[in-house]
Design a protein around this ligand. Structure first.
Ligand code: ATP
Length: 257
């Protein structure tokens, strides 16, 4: 915990699905205003952990705490009102509605009047530099714009924490760079604590102050980017997996740093 305790924390959390241990005694903290990374091969348990932290998945054993208060068992929509927001691997936008309405609906769901929600939606789209998309039907958006709108929706009413589930998936290098700028501003300008789950290891090493590495439901490494670059345990976890391109990427990063 930081001295102020301004963190979203999973403490000793375990989750089981029909005998499969998806998470085993996992402890992870997301401090306000910082970017924390969560990496690990496919099936490591990353999404399950996001689900636990955002109320989409009940905690098996262990606790989840929001700035010192236990929040295990609180439903996802209530946690969102308490300031814990997320994005999904799939955008999950209302595909038949314009972009502006997608954000407005969230504002209304969070207790704003329609008028305030529309004003807030316009403010968020402008802040993200995507106000020209306001009238576009969400289902017609190119994939990367859909991702940006999903982030816009998640930062409606400025949450305290934002958990991003593979926001750069399918993005070009240039698009990932633009995304990196946005994520830095979300933490730096808005003071939001960001948890970034990504298979784009370069992005995680560039953005995150602290990185947690999950493998088969267990945290196998925690540290600053340099520690992760040089970790044999991390390299080993990715070897022989579908993401084994991470292994040479880590070696290059370690050589360059
Ligand atoms: N609802 C569920 N029911 C049963 N098993 C599940 C469920 N959700 C996840 N699992 C299993 O739990 C393990 C962890 O899955 P999870 O999706 O959290 O991993 P992940 O690290 O997010 O993977 P990816 O990188 O592929 O998204 C996997 O073995 C997965 O098959």
């Amino acid at each position: 915990m930081t001295s102020q305790g301004l963190e979203l924390v999973a403490r000793d959390v375990s989750v089981q699905f029909d005998g499969l241990k998806a998470l085993s005694n996992v402890t992870l903290a997301v401090p306000r205003g910082r970017i924390t990374g969560l990496i690990g091969p496919n099936g490591a348990g990353k999404t399950t952990l996001i689900n636990v932290l955002t109320g989409f998945q009940p905690v098996g054993t262990g606790t989840v705490e929001l700035e010192g208060a236990a929040i295990g068992g609180i439903a996802a929509h209530k946690l969102r009102r308490m300031g814990v927001a997320r994005t999904f691997q799939s955008g999950r936008l209302f595909r038949d509605l314009p972009v502006l309405d997608n954000l407005e609906v969230t504002g209304v769901g969070l207790g704003q009047s329609r008028r305030d929600a529309i004003a807030e939606a316009r403010r968020v789209l402008t802040w993200l530099g995507i106000s020209p998309l306001a009238a576009t039907i969400a289902g017609a958006l190119p994939y990367t714009d859909e991702r940006r709108v999903a982030i816009g929706r998640a930062i409606m009413c400025t949450p305290r924490y934002l958990l991003l589930d593979e926001p750069a998936a399918g993005m070009s290098e240039h698009e990932s760079h633009d995304l990196a700028v946005v994520i830095k501003r979300i933490a730096g300008e808005l003071g939001i604590g960001v948890l970034l789950i990504e298979h784009n290891i370069g992005l995680v090493l560039e953005l995150c102050e602290r990185i947690f590495v999950l493998d088969s439901g267990e945290i196998i490494e925690v540290g600053a980017p340099d520690q992760i670059r040089r970790s044999d345990a991390v390299r080993h976890a990715y070897m022989g997996t579908q993401q084994d391109e991470v292994v040479p990427a880590l070696a290059e990063e370690a050589a360059a740093s």
